[in-house]
Design a protein around this ligand. Structure first.
Ligand code: MG
Length: 178
């Protein structure tokens, strides 16, 4: 377990996460906690929300916690069809317990379809509520997988920066309201 941060702890910690899921017909598509109208969804043991999985792993990695697959094993029936918000909440709990708060999150989605642009603002707003930071502290970027041969998959990368509670707040941050 990461020792609780104090004024002598590192002022910042960085985290990085990555995930991919395969498209399957006839299931709900969820990206960043948002349902997107599309004929296919992302298969997986949970709800297949790869962006939440990547952010969860980034948060866990930043505080040296076990990764998402270790904490929420795909072979555990408890997580069958689980809302990935549960995984993110556990990661947030561990970040808080370690004495850190989120300074910002950046992410890149790589998928051929559907286009993320029209949904990016809604994803940012939702993540802002869930993570207790402002939309301006969240980056959502999307690219198509040129030359990668992964048109039937979606890939997400996420990086987070955590700030020691006892360090000065970044400008523009807001307190968690829920
Ligand atoms: Mg996953």
């Amino acid at each position: 377990m990461t020792p609780k941060a104090n004024s002598t702890s590192p002022p910042f910690r960085i985290g990085y996460g990555w995930d991919s899921h395969e498209f399957k017909a006839g299931i709900l598509l969820k990206i960043g906690g948002i349902e997107i109208d599309y004929p296919k969804g992302l298969g997986g043991h949970s709800d297949g929300d790869l962006l939440l999985h990547a952010i969860t792993d980034a948060l866990l990695g930043a505080v040296g916690a076990p990764d998402i697959g270790t904490l929420f094993s795909p072979s555990d029936p408890r997580w069958k069809g689980a809302d990935s918000a549960v995984f993110l909440e556990e990661a947030q709990h561990r970040v808080k317990a370690a004495g850190y708060e989120i300074a910002n999150v950046d992410s890149t989605l790589i998928l051929a379809q559907p286009k993320i642009g029209p949904h990016a603002a809604r994803i940012r707003e939702h993540l802002s509520q869930v993570l207790g930071i402002s939309p301006g502290q969240i980056g959502i970027k999307a690219k198509t997988p040129e030359g990668m041969g992964t048109d039937n998959a979606a890939i997400a990368h996420a990086a987070v920066l955590l700030q020691n509670h006892s360090s000065p707040k970044p400008r523009g941050s807001k307190k968690k309201t829920r």
